[in-house]
Design a protein around this ligand. Structure first.
Ligand code: PEP
Ligand code: MG
Length: 579
């Protein structure tokens, strides 16, 4: 049994066999074979070794001609490894003893060896683990060939283990079979984590050397509450976790009783809870969990889940479906926020050195006008179906807002010329996600109907900490005094300018922050639907006076640590069963 610690990003417990996905998406499930199949699996191992040796020998010969000494050396090392009879014997012994497939035998033994390498303190030796993975991939390619198994066609419950998962891969998971996931990389507000929360599957990210320590078919516990992954747990641990999981589900059911109750503080202040969604079919869940509308529809997932750009009609259908669920309640459609960790398939290879500071979001749209106008046309056509609002992401200055609004006006004129109905008075708002927008909020407010604070990006850009990079994840915190002061500034400016303001970043769905946000003046939040009952429970347990007092204290503090611990302490008194 091995216990590993990471960052908890999506609550819940899952216990299942691991499905390990490497960079090439190989799926290596543990499959049992009949005793009579042992010899044929051992023969397959033999053939795979022979095929890999032949492939490498050819590659080595080609390098000979190119006289590339270093690469040739690497191939020679790999060849020596593959010709080592004791390696093949270990794999064959595993197949004999545990009645597993050739793929599983290869993956399991090679990952065990790699894991030993990584534990050696000597950098030269630990880096050899990469060679072992290379050999593993080469052998698996021989074994699986064209039969690479498709994660889209699972037939049994699994937890996914991977070095890295993109938001697109995660959004494609079939919830019926994928019960949780854990990755080596990532951060709490990375988009992969956000998708996990929306799907409601337990997830842990930033688990050091996880994918190297797990073989397909290993039993794995994912504890998305405490950020723990346990590989091959013993019987007692499994039983304890099964009990804990039952208790957690019970608590969730108990919290669900609150869904029908109004979202008001003990002293009667109404707090509007809206939902964040990535796909139209999530709208129903927002409603079920008591959400009063959509505060953030991340429409870029329309692009991410397919190879070609969606047509105007496809955009329209997606919006109409969402609006249909809410009718006259607000649906805030955010225009595409592509770039950074959310690439379209076709743009994927247009690598940028600093993608989070590059051509992302509204900047990308302003340079891809055809694509932008297609989406705006669809939103405007859908605007007559309900209370639709438009929101532009990552506005960094007034000029960008003016440009985006000008394009929107063009689109409206075109629709008018074509006698297509649209809402001429549609509200147009912006996300406040950069320090520049926060510091100029008052002037932006003159040209925006509403603000929504995107604390995920605001934290990232204020602290200069990549939100998805596990190496700096301890530095990423919305409780930093700099972030809090910016949020307060934006709140004050919005109130002064008398425009609506909400918070739609993950901060609003984290229990420890909600009192502070109310104390700073927030009255509307937009959050992942599974978090709604818990957040409403806190809202209903406090008075605004409590929140104001807490905010005053917090804003007088200078240390992130002090603030975080004060906030955790405050919420643990309100929701002791969760903390
Ligand atoms: C944010 O940045 O806080 C936000 C809500 O947008 P996203 O997470 O999609 O970047
Ligand atoms: Mg953002």
């Amino acid at each position: 049994m091995e216990i590993k610690k990471g960052i908890a990003v999506s609550p819940g417990i899952s216990i299942a066999r691991a499905l390990v996905i490497d960079a090439e998406d190989y799926r290596i499930p543990r499959r049992s074979i009949n005793p009579s199949q042992r010899m044929s699996e051992i023969q397959r191992v033999k053939n795979a070794f022979a095929g890999a040796i032949e492939e490498l020998t050819q590659l080595e010969a080609a390098q000979d001609q190119a006289e590339s000494g270093k690469v040739k050396d690497i191939f020679a090392v790999h060849l020596r490894f593959l010709r080592d009879r004791s390696l093949k014997k270990k794999i064959n012994d595993l197949i004999q003893a545990e009645l597993v497939t050739a793929e599983y035998g290869v993956s399991s033994i090679l990952r065990r060896i790699a894991s030993h390498f990584t534990k050696v303190k000597d950098a030269y030796i630990s880096e050899r683990a990469a060679d072992i993975y290379d050999i593993e991939r080469r052998l698996l390619k021989q074994l699986l060939g064209k039969r690479r198994e498709d994660i889209g066609h699972l037939t049994e419950e699994v937890v996914i283990v991977a070095r890295e998962l993109s938001p697109t891969q995660t959004a494609g998971f079939n919830k019926e079979f994928v019960k949780g996931f854990a990755t080596d990389t990532g951060g709490r507000t990375s988009h992969t984590a956000i998708v996990a929360r929306s799907l409601g599957i337990p997830a842990v990210v930033a688990v050091e050397e996880l994918s190297e320590s797990v073989s397909g078919g290993d039993n794995v516990i994912i504890d998305g509450n405490r950020g723990i992954v346990i590989v091959n747990p013993d019987r007692q641990t499994i039983e304890e976790y099964e009990q804990y999981s039952r208790e957690f589900i019970e608590l969730e059911h108990k919290l669900d009783e609150i869904i029908e109750k109004p979202s008001v503080t003990r002293d009667g202040v109404k707090i509007t809870i809206l939902g964040n969604i990535e796909f139209p079919d999530e709208a129903e869940l927002v409603l079920q969990k008591g959400g009063e509308g959509i505060g953030l529809y991340r429409t870029e997932f329309l692009y991410l889940s397919r190879k070609t750009e969606p047509t105007e009609e496809e955009h329209y259908q997606a919006y109409a479906e969402t609006i249909g669920v809410f009718r006259d309640r607000p649906v805030i459609i955010r225009t595409v926020d592509l770039g950074a960790d959310k690439y379209t398939q076709s743009k994927r290879f247009a690598r940028e050195p600093n993608p989070f500071l590059g051509l992302r979001s509204i900047r990308f749209c302003l340079q891809n006008l055809m694509m932008f106008k297609t989406q705006l046309r669809a939103i405007m056509r859908a605007s007559v179906l309900g209370d639709v609002k438009i929101m532009f992401p990552l506005i960094t200055n007034l000029q960008e807002l003016m440009q985006a609004k000008m394009i929107l006006r063009d689109v409206m004129e075109d629709l008018g010329d074509e006698s297509i109905p649209y809402n001429k008075d549609i509200q147009v708002g912006i996300m406040i996600e950069t320090p520049s927008a926060a510091l100029t909020a008052y002037s932006l407010a003159r040209d925006a109907d509403f603000f929504s604070i995107g604390t995920n990006d605001l934290t990232q850009y204020t602290l200069a900490v990549d939100r998805g990079n596990e190496l700096v994840s301890t530095l990423y915190s919305s409780a930093d005094p700099a972030v809090l002061r910016l949020i307060r500034t934006v709140m004050q400016d919005a109130h002064k300018a008398q425009i609506d303001i909400s918070v739609c970043g993950e901060m609003a769905s984290e229990p420890e922050y909600i009192m502070l946000l109310l104390g700073i003046g927030v009255r509307t939040i937009s959050i992942a639907p599974p978090m709604m009952p818990e957040i409403k429970q806190i809202i209903r347990s406090v008075t605004l006076q409590d929140c104001n007092n807490l905010a005053r204290k917090i804003l007088g503090m200078n240390s992130e640590r002090q603030i975080s611990s004060y906030l955790r302490n405050a919420v643990s008194k309100i929701l002791p069963e969760v903390f």
